[in-house]
Write a protein that binds this ligand. Structure first.
Ligand SMILES: Nc1ncnc2c1ncn2[C@@H]1O[C@H](COP(=O)(O)OP(=O)(O)OP(=O)(O)O)[C@@H](O)[C@H]1O
Ligand SMILES: [Mg+2]
Length: 359
């Protein structure tokens, strides 16, 4: 069974279209640009003009091949790429305040309690020489005027909520004493301890085996339902996208190439790059790939992107028009966006003919 069929059968179609800034908007990202100084490579434009909005409580998946700028984008939302020395431009408005223009104090307040981040490798975020419970309590105390005992109790509660068995005992463990799955849950507990309105999870389960991965994502989905927090999930696993997200943003070489609801992306994908990603799952006959299998050719360097549609050198349907700049806009109707100049009906015919997706 193809991933699209899983979507159609497994979950109600979410509301169509992209979120528009306004009431209910939690995050509004406008023309975000993140550049790293890459030595001989020149400036690496890891994120090159990304705009999107997120509603309160919404789950957005960001997908794309390795190097497409997913992490640079996700980490910029709470100022983490600025700290890493990147040149960050544009606006990241969270609850109406532009975080890129905000001072360090404001950012520190937002981090944790407003936007919490879970990383692919929990060891990079956990302090190896401090007990798990103490680390979580410390974060709680940085945001809330609680007693030490109350913060410690909150840490245990957060570990329990994240599905850590025997949370009182685990709170006294050091990170290296936990399995990979438990460490990731501890990281999620830390992220949830201050009740964030937005959880940014950058490939939170890629390093884990498939069973643990599924358990943790189910836990995240449950916590989202219980707390009403919004989630941005960066992932290579399109199977995860189908079961978890409301909306999908497909990134290629630092830009969004397509954006729409899960059912729109799986059932009527507009950009040939998305077809490639989805076709890879369909060919696997229902098995969930852990990483997106390769599309023919290699992604271009974000230091020297091709002119026009950045995918055109790899696209089997490229035409001369694809070498001219292509904007991201609504070509189908309903508020979804894509960056492909082929006519909508022609795309549908091409997709059917090539069997690009198994629907
Ligand atoms: N600190 C850095 N310094 C220089 N270049 C960087 C840095 N971080 C990322 N890049 C470059 O920016 C581009 C985007 O990287 P990013 O990590 O955001 O991709 P990604 O989509 O998250 O990939 P993956 O799926 O492998 O995690 C890549 O070309 C990468 O080499
Ligand atoms: Mg990444």
């Amino acid at each position: 069974m193809g991933a699209g069929a899983r979507v159609a059968a497994g979950r109600p179609a979410p509301e169509a279209g992209a979120a528009q800034p306004g009431a209910g908007t939690l995050l509004d990202v406008r023309d975000l640009r993140v550049g790293f100084h890459g030595g001989a490579r020149g400036v690496v434009r890891a994120v090159d003009g990304v705009s999107f909005s997120l509603r309160r409580g919404e789950a957005l998946a960001i997908v794309g091949e390795s190097g497409s700028g997913k992490s640079a984008m996700a980490l910029s939302l709470s100022g983490l790429t600025c700290e890493a020395g990147a040149d960050v431009q544009g606006a990241v408005e969270f609850e109406g305040v532009d975080l890129l223009a905000a001072g360090e104090r404001r950012l520190r307040r937002v981090r944790g309690a407003g936007i919490a981040t879970v990383f692919q490798d929990p060891m990079s975020a956990l302090n190896p020489v401090q007990r798990i419970g103490a680390q979580i309590a410390e974060q709680v105390l940085a945001h809330e005027p609680l007693s030490k005992a109350a913060a410690a109790a909150r840490a245990v509660q957060a570990l329990r909520a994240a599905g850590v068995p025997e949370p009182e005992r685990r709170a006294r463990s050091y990170p290296h004493e936990l399995s990979g799955g438990l460490r990731q849950r501890a990281m999620i507990a830390m992220a949830l301890s201050c009740s964030p309105r937005l959880l940014v999870a950058d490939e939170p389960t890629t390093a884990l085996d498939v069973t643990v991965q599924a358990q943790i994502l189910a836990e995240l989905a449950r916590l989202r339902a219980e707390t009403g927090m919004a989630v941005i999930l960066v992932t290579h696993d399109l199977g995860v996208v189908a079961g978890f997200a409301d909306r999908v943003l497909v990134m290629y070489c630092g830009q969004i190439v397509e954006q729409g609801s899960v059912s729109e992306i799986f059932e009527d994908p507009q950009h040939p790059y998305t077809w490639g990603l989805l076709g890879s799952i369909a060919r696997m006959e229902g098995e969930r790939p852990r990483r997106l299998p390769a599309i023919d050719g290699v992604p271009p360097s974000p230091a020297r992107p091709p002119a026009g549609c950045r995918f055109h050198p790899r696209c089997p349907h490229a035409m001369p028009a694809c070498k001219a700049p292509v904007e991201l806009r609504d070509r189908v109707g309903g508020g979804r966006l894509d960056r492909c100049v082929l006519e909508v009906e022609r795309k549908r015919a091409l997709r059917t003919r090539s069997g690009a997706i198994g629907l």
